[in-house]
Every structure is written in C-alpha cells, then in structure tokens.
Ligand binder design. Structure first.
Ligand code: HEM
Length: 91
C-alpha cells in the first residue's frame, strides 16, 4: 500500500507459508483470524474506508492462501518426493 518495506528489511522475504508451517492454519482458524483483523481495523478511526476494504481483501486472500498451504502440507506428510528418493527425509 505504499509504506516502507520494514518487515522485509528486518526479516527478509515474508515466506508466509513457511513461517506458518508450525501452526495449523485451518479454514476455521482463518475465519477467526479474519474476524480479529476486522475488529482491529474497526477500532482505528483514522484509516479511511477504502484502505480498510483493500486491507480486508488482502487479508482474506492471504489467509486462504495459507489455508491452502496448510492443506498441501498435510497431504504431503509422509509421502516421499520421487526426486528425493535417495536423500534423507527433511526434518
Ligand atoms: C489465516 C489465519 C492465520 C493464523 C491462524 C495465523 C497464525 C500465526 C501464528 C500462530 C504466528 C506466530 C506468532 C508467534 O510466533 O508468536 C503467525 C505469525 C505471523 N503471521 Fe500469521 N496467521 C494467519 C494469517 C496471516 C496472514 C493472512 C498474514 C499476512 C497478511 C500473516 C502474517 C504473519 C506474520 C508476518 C507473522 C510473523 C512471522 C515471523 O516474522 O516470524 N498471518 N501467524
């Protein structure tokens, strides 16, 4: 939204799916998270409506991107990748 890239400067690429890997980001968790974000946005008077809508759209899109990542993680558990057949399993 035009702000300075502080997070990336401090921590590098967001890599959100990787950073959320330890947590179960389910559909239910995403809806709850979105509710909290909505409440947080509603509690700030000096953000204009248009920016709130843009942020909410981004949050919803990204939250379900993470749910998809979580579902993929669960599907792949215990399934060896054919390219890694001769390598030790990653953690
Ligand atoms: C969909 C539901 C989500 C859940 C349940 C969730 C949960 C979590 C949890 C448990 C953490 C770790 C907090 C800690 O270490 O104390 C975290 C970190 C973080 N989340 Fe989420 N998250 C969700 C969605 C999102 C979305 C949509 C974004 C971005 C728009 C986001 C951005 C972040 C960031 C930047 C961090 C910090 C990562 C780091 O620097 O280590 N999260 N989240």
């Amino acid at each position: 939204m035009g702000g300075p890239p502080l997070y990336s400067q401090r921590k590098g690429h967001p890599a959100l799916i990787g950073r959320h890997r330890p947590f179960p980001v389910t559909h239910k968790a995403a809806e709850r998270w979105l509710q909290h974000m909505q409440q947080a946005l509603d509690s700030v008077a000096d953000i204009d409506e248009d920016s709130k809508i843009k942020m909410n759209n981004f949050f919803r899109h990204t939250a379900f991107f993470l749910v998809a990542g979580d579902e993929l993680k669960n599907q792949n558990q215990g399934v060896a990748c054919k390219h890694a057949a001769n390598k030790p399993a990653a953690e």
